[in-house]
Design a protein around this ligand. Sequence first.
Ligand code: PMP
Length: 428
Amino acid sequence: MKSRSLFERALAVMPGGVNSPVRAFRAVGMDPVFIRRGYGSRIWDEDGNEYIDYVLSWGPLILGHAHPDVVEAIKNQVEKGTSFGACTEIEVLLAEKIVESIPSVEVVRLVNSGTEATMSAIRLARGYTKRKYVVKFSGCYHGHSDGLLIKGGSGLVTFGVPDSAGVPEEIAGLTIVAPYNDEEKVAEIFAEKGDEIAAVIVEPVAGNMGVVPPKEGFLEALREITKKYGALLIFDEVITGFRLSYSGAQGYYGIEPDLTTLGKIIGGGLPVGAYGGREDIMRLVSPEGPVYQAGTLSGNPLATAAGYATLKVLSENPGIYDKMDRLAEKLCRGLKDIMERAKIPVFINRAGSMLTMFFTGEEVKDYDSALKADTKMYAAFFREMLKRGVYLPPSQFESVFLSAAHTEEDVEKTLEAAESAAGTLRKL
Ligand code: PMP
């Protein structure tokens, strides 16, 4: 077992043996598998096992693993050098592509991760409004900067630590948390502190408490109330950008935020993030304005080449979104039927090519209802699926992703595995 021995070595030199917590597989009660390679919709572990991959590096790989155009773009660039810390054509190409694809993004700054993107967008919102409070929603994850690690979903909920140690209460006190999909609560918060609120930051489709779509009118209400009080609306589209549609969740739902954060897909599997939006706000960023933000590797040529190649394929093949949508719907319907037949209560949320099957019979519309899911049941389901060659997210509170590389056959095989896995769950 090569994965096992690698994990033992990893544990000796890295906290939990990992460089990002959920990878440790603790929530699913087993040691992690180590991945050797990926191609299309498939990955192979160090012991030679093959899996249909529904994690896709947590969302970036919308074209699947090692897409030929992305590989070629990286190869072409790598031979010319990997980083200059200076201006390059490829970063301009990616920035232009983003601006041309997302109407609300008039000017954009490239960074290295989603965390940097949201952290910088918040700083910019505070710099622009000269106000200090930020409203976020419980169960939404916006990376691990101090002020956003409050009721953060994702790994925090997986490990049962709603708020991280090490965040001073003075900093946490500047973040106001509201329940997702609850615009009345947001209205109350604004009634109380409206003229001190710099921004509302939201995942327009939540993906970090498992998938929770916005109920009708929720995003519109956020748009309205922020406008009314002169606060900025930030859509964190690190997951949904270029996934829900080519113009993200904002294109899908027809709402224009003031600022947008991006990551994942725009790096094609290499480390990238971005924040952008209204020109009058973005022009406050250094060196044009007083809001400071910088990065040694920002706009890195390899990452921007991979991202640009990915966006190019997406823009030239708009049918990809319909195809992913169809496959995701087939997967949802199949899973629902299987669980119904097995008499296992589940509630499935889906938005486009992202979905979560919650092991609860009740509707999941916010963090509290997501927490009602039976995580032990999920863990058992995950392990049974893994044994049958299907790699799902190793936590109930994450999203299943499809890619352009997934096929009808992949979904059919997944449903066969689920049917057989459900048989073992019934006996729990
Ligand atoms: N925002 C959202 C919505 C995310 O899902 C994530 C990561 N999953 C982040 C921000 C942080 O991005 P990164 O992990 O690249 O720092």
